[in-house]
Design a protein around this ligand. Sequence first.
Ligand code: 13P
Length: 346
Amino acid sequence: MMPNLPQTTLDELQSTIAQMAVPGKGLLAADESTPTITKRFAALNIPCTEETRKKYRELLLTAPNIEKYIAGVILFEETLSQKTSLGISFPEMLKQKGIVPGIKVDKGLIRIPGTQDENATQGLDGLAERLAEYKKLGARFAKWRSVYTITKEHPSMLAIHTNADILARYAAICQEAGIVPIVEPEVLIDGDHTLETCFTVSERVLHRVFQALFLNKVALEYMILKPSMVIPGKNCSQSVNPEDIAKATVTVLTRTVPAAVPSINFLSGGQTPQQATQNLNAMQHILKHTPWNLSFSYARALQEPSMKTWQGNAENAVAAQELFAKRAKLNGLASLGRYLPQEETA
Ligand code: 13P
């Protein structure tokens, strides 16, 4: 079945995906909602105002040479219409650097009635109209995150079905607007579940997401999957190494993600920056050839050292930029399987 979209839309989607799914490059998620970035700043005693958020994001996005390793940046709505200190809009500045600007379009979580505190992601109402506005401001791709919690009873089938259907409707709406959708089903690291449990849940979740994408006629060639890695819960005492995580993750992906998907860009999900890099690197050595580009779309694992160093102080900006550029480079190398741990201290 050929995609049910006009050729001009397909060409637009193709040119965006060609710039995003580039070997050796990944994505930066700089799309924390205001409550989330407020929390991250508060942990470091940085005041959270529109001005400090802008300063911080300008520091990241103008870091020298990041375009060698960063193909696209996911922005929060606020940043999309802000201007840098040189007076140009953030999307325009990124475009001039050869980086594709994108936008987080979901509106956060809402409890699913009939479940024990499981959530669905909201924001479908009016999405087509919002996308048209975001596109005028320069956005060429979008992101939507669904979350799945692991407990003895969860995720329930209801949460798995509901979120898959919503993710797929979002993706179909994006493609119709000529916007490449990033589909992000995140199995949370919270809890004491084992690697095996995360494997079973991730397989079930992804299988259902791709069934929904098919039903919603999403053209898999023009989307990016942003999954979590298959990893034990953060309170689990099981000891695993990057090869175990890589093997489990790649096995789930080969079972569930069609080869038509051009790129899989992981979230970091609470791993340390170094773990996220090591695990991504290990994945490149599991199979001789994976059908998809396997890369990163990290927020915390790219930003943490930089935010800690910045502290909200202009005098630390250059050092913070260097740390961000370093993590971008190390993850770029990891996406090719060429990361060496000794480079951490170089
Ligand atoms: P983390 O890499 O911090 O998990 O964030 C990725 C993201 O974009 C969450 O939606």
